[in-house]
Design a protein around this ligand. Sequence first.
Ligand code: BJW
Ligand code: ZN
Length: 245
Amino acid sequence: MERLILDADTWLLVLTGAGVSAESGIATFRGMGGLWENHPVEDVASPQGFIKDPLLVWRFYSERRAAAASVQPNPGHHALADWERHLGNRFLLATQNVDGLHLSAGSQRVVEMHGNLFKSRCTHCEREPFADTTVYATGTLPLCGQCGEMLRPHIVWFGEYLEPADLERIESFVHTALDHGGKLVFLSAGTSGAVYPAAGLVNKVTAAGGDTWSVNLEAAENSHRFKHFVQGKSGEVLPALADLR
Ligand code: BJW
Ligand code: ZN
């Protein structure tokens, strides 16, 4: 297997998707066939879906909270935390996953691009998003303790904008790497490369002259845009991939 060299010049930006948590026992979106109980994911993960049926959406997220609370990070998560300990500020992990498993594995420089399953926010007042691990009973609509309006999961749904500060953190990492004359590397793992803006990061790094790696169980929609493609399970490939110098 080709090795990814992580030396003193390397600046590594990692993007992860649902595939990285698959070996921990969390179903991927593709694995579910894009469906949850026969509802297209877009119906339970969009603002329109929430307006139409908030109880259904809360049931979807409560079920996912319960599932994510009972699993552990796998060797793929741990490998990324090791790489971060080696590279320090020359490492950034952008994850599309909302399960919090990278944080449990010890990763610290993490941008949760699509939010966090264990946070909620108010649909109405200015209250900050807050930690919420509650698995709400079916038929319960959680309300804001401050204003009495409906709460919603702190998740970036289809058609919603990602937090500008999160996107800026990723862009600024790339620019800092270039400013330092460093060797910029982008590695994407366990993602179908179908959802933007995450799927477009490979183009940005390529345009900036960086090296690009994809680790995925099967060829992803954007695999042809990467210089290196390593096919396999991230929990097996990642721990063996890097050559830490
Ligand atoms: C393994 C493995 C193992 C399995 N090891 N590998 C540009 C072009 C076209 C469309 C757009 C565009 N820009 C924006 C859009 C619209 C939209 C979009 O991208 N649509 C596409 C479907 C075309 N994007 C948005 O709406 C985003 N917002 C935005 O851009 O705002 C501006 C805007 C506003 C108004 C209108 C238009 C634009 C927001 C996207 C938010 C996505 N949210 C979700 C759901 C919420 C999170 C949640 O509840 O969990 O996030 S969608 C869902 O997909 C989830 C995931 O994070 C995301 C990505 O999925 P991922 O991680 O890739 O999972 P899978 O299952 O698809 O793939 C798993 C892969 O792993 C597979 O390849 C397997 O082979 C592999 N695998 N086991 C390694 N063990
Ligand atoms: Zn409120």
